[in-house]
Design a protein around this ligand. Structure first.
Ligand SMILES: Nc1ncnc2c1ncn2[C@@H]1O[C@H](COP(=O)(O)OP(=O)(O)OP(=O)(O)O)[C@@H](O)[C@H]1O
Ligand SMILES: [Mg+2]
Length: 331
């Protein structure tokens, strides 16, 4: 009998990944964004092309980011986006009657779970298997979670961060907070407005963050040219900033994440805390790529700190691992 296809879906606030689990192949990885005609709701573009339009869209085009802080905000846009992605990448054969592994925020409510399941049913998927982002991240980061030792996993995305404590292969405690890479971008915008009296957009600040942003004050100095709008004259204004200037605004956000991790650890069994002090913290998600992160979390939490080998793909890579484990063979 032909083996059933198994696909993975990581519907992130910034990026959506569709994954062929059996083949270990990312078949779609684009921004979670859709551009529609305002009058008739017809889809014009999704993913990269829609993202290019954002901020530059004419009045008759509506841009929708339908996943916010890791939660689904618009069912219809999500369904249309996935349908468009599947047809444009010719994935119909792969998806139809497949089994789907769906990555879910660690503390996703029943209402959100049901909304996601109903979307997947509309895509002719025959069975759906939901798994927490923290567990998938741990598996996709190469951690051996089947033993009885506790592990601390933190997936820092764009709109949310999942903090999970795992033992004996399962989530002991998981929480999702609405803080992520977007907050780093917002802090850069705020800093540049206050210090340089210049307005920049979130896309520009994200590029600044990716190119020179760091949480490590010992890192060598780097510079970047910034182009924005002078707040006083209203005219274009360009100037050069250093990565050193950004350490304070970026650290502010990272400290909020640290605070949430500490809170998550507060009422955890001391045996697990003892394991975590040995095993340390594994950071993942696209925002784990912010320079100086591993060192920062290590110093702030007094824990050994590791970065996942593929921070942006750890969730889907974890699906392959999930499938490989004997007890999940029924998937
Ligand atoms: N090299 C980098 N340095 C700093 N930040 C980065 C880098 N590369 C990506 N990012 C950030 O990672 C975030 C995207 O990560 P990811 O794809 O894991 O998010 P997501 O899964 O879509 O969102 P969420 O999990 O919150 O729903 C963005 O904020 C992006 O700016
Ligand atoms: Mg994510």
């Amino acid at each position: 009998m032909k083996q059933k296809n198994v696909i993975g879906l990581d519907l992130g606030s910034q990026n959506t990944i569709i994954y062929n689990v059996i083949e270990d192949l990312v078949v779609f990885n684009e921004p979670t964004i859709i551009a529609k005609n305002k009058q008739n709701n017809q889809i014009l573009e999704i993913g990269y092309l829609a993202n290019k339009l954002e901020g530059r869209n004419p009045y008759n085009i509506k841009i929708s980011k339908f996943v916010k802080n890791g939660l689904l905000h618009n069912r219809e846009d999500c369904l249309n986006y996935l349908k468009f992605a599947i047809s444009s990448m010719h994935l119909e054969k792969l998806v139809r009657n497949s089994t789907l592994i769906l990555a879910c925020s660690d503390d996703l409510s029943m209402v959100h779970q049901e909304a996601l399941i109903s979307i997947c049913k509309d895509l002719d998927i025959s069975s759906i298997y939901m798994e927490s982002i923290s567990k998938l991240t741990a598996l996709g980061s190469g951690l051996n979670i089947s033993n009885m030792h506790g592990n601390l996993i933190v997936n820092i995305g764009s709109g949310s961060t999942n903090i999970g404590i795992i033992s004996s292969g399962e989530l002991v405690k998981g929480k999702t907070i609405p803080i992520g890479g977007d907050n780093f971008d917002i802090e850069i915008v705020r800093y540049i407005r206050n210090k340089w009296k210049t307005r920049i957009g979130l896309k520009t600040s994200e590029q600044i963050k990716i190119k020179i942003g760091t949480l490590d004050e010992t890192q060598e100095e780097k510079f970047i040219e910034v182009k924005g709008q002078d707040l006083i004259t209203g005219l274009p204004h360009s100037f050069v900033i250093s990565n050193k200037e950004l350490i304070n605004p970026l650290t502010k956000v990272a400290n909020d994440i640290i605070f949430e991790i500490q809170q998550a650890l507060e009422d955890v069994n001391p045996e697990l805390i003892s394991d975590i002090s040995t095993n340390g913290i594994t950071i993942s998600g696209g925002s784990a790529l912010l320079q100086g992160s591993r060192k920062f979390y290590q110093k702030s939490l007094h824990l050994p700190s590791f970065t996942s080998p593929t921070p942006s793909l750890s969730v889907v890579k974890g699906m392959k691992e999930l499938l490989n484990q004997a007890k999940y063979k029924e998937i």
